[in-house]
Design a protein around this ligand. Structure first.
Ligand SMILES: Nc1ncnc2c1ncn2[C@@H]1O[C@H](COP(=O)(O)OP(=O)(O)OP(=O)(O)O)[C@@H](O)[C@H]1O
Length: 258
């Protein structure tokens, strides 16, 4: 796997009068496990959508392997290629799965469309990824409403990983889960990235989960990058006042939990 190199340069994104991103620079190297943290409204999800090419900046650019993402996505083959390489796992699994179909059927859609598998190949790819994610195969026949939140989240990860993406953008994927289930989901995601050399952009409010799974942190504050650096370094020696307050709150809630 060669890996995806993404560069965001001077990205500005506004929604009406709200400025979600006010000039953001960011590089995602192949195989990077990067955390995007910051308070609600700081622009994390917007930046994630820019990386996925679901939206484009009004100013500045997003480059994939040195090419403008917008132009890569302008052709059908470019879109399919990029969707195969870069996959989103969202928190809201209700939009990931069609309530009328089994989750297995939904997982086979990208396997066929993006992975190029026929039906038998898509089934084999699905069963392989389910096994990797420790999903009992019988659960694949269930509809989404017949699964627990944790099971559904794991299925959403399976749907993203079935095409063997080189980069996974995970937006608040564990925030709604019990702490015990969070650990399992984080471990499975981390294992995929390690075993396949895949990159990860992990968007989260939760510093403990982000610290566990990432190697580098980008702290967003009001649509700008307040601080960036190796995860351990940022958490142990935060330089920016906002990062300090974020880390202090984390240390406090950690002490609280003991
Ligand atoms: N589709 C949209 N329409 C209008 N405003 C939006 C839209 N998406 C984001 N915003 C605004 O842009 C700003 C950044 O939002 P964004 O969702 O990127 O932040 P976030 O850090 O991911 O927050 P959260 O953690 O709450 O998801 C906010 O002020 C938000 O209200």
């Amino acid at each position: 796997m060669s890996g995806v190199h993404l560069a965001v340069e001077g990205a500005v994104k506004r929604y009406g009068r709200a400025t979600a991103l006010a000039g953001v620079d960011l590089i995602v190297h192949p195989g990077d496990r990067l955390g995007l943290v910051g308070e609600s409204g700081s622009g994390k999800s917007t930046l994630g959508r820019l990386l996925l090419g679901l939206e484009h900046p009004e100013e500045g650019s997003v480059l994939v392997d040195g090419r403008e993402l917008r132009s890569v996505l302008s052709t059908r083959s470019g879109r399919l290629g990029y969707r195969r390489r870069v996959q989103l796992v969202a928190q809201d699994t209700s939009s990931t799965f069609d309530p009328r179909h089994s989750v297995g059927d939904s997982i086979m859609v990208p396997a066929r469309l993006l992975g190029g598998h026929d039906t038998a190949g898509a089934r084999a790819a699905m069963e392989q990824v389910a096994t990797e994610l420790e999903i009992p195969l019988a659960l694949l026949d269930r509809r989404p409403d017949q699964l627990s939140g944790g099971q559904r989240q794991r299925m959403a990860i399976a749907r993203a990983l079935v095409v063997r993406p080189e980069l996974v953008v995970a937006d608040e994927v564990v925030s709604a889960l019990d702490v015990s289930v969070q650990g399992t989901v984080l471990n499975l995601l981390k294992r995929y990235c390690r075993e396949h050399g895949a990159g990860l952009v992990f968007i989260s409010h939760g510093l403990p989960a982000t610290a566990f799974i990432t190697e580098r942190l980008v702290v967003l504050y009001h649509g700008v990058v307040a601080e960036t650096g190796p995860t351990d370094q940022v958490l142990e020696h935060p330089q920016d006042p906002y990062t300090r307050s974020l880390v202090a709150a984390y240390a406090f809630s950690d002490a609280d939990a003991v």
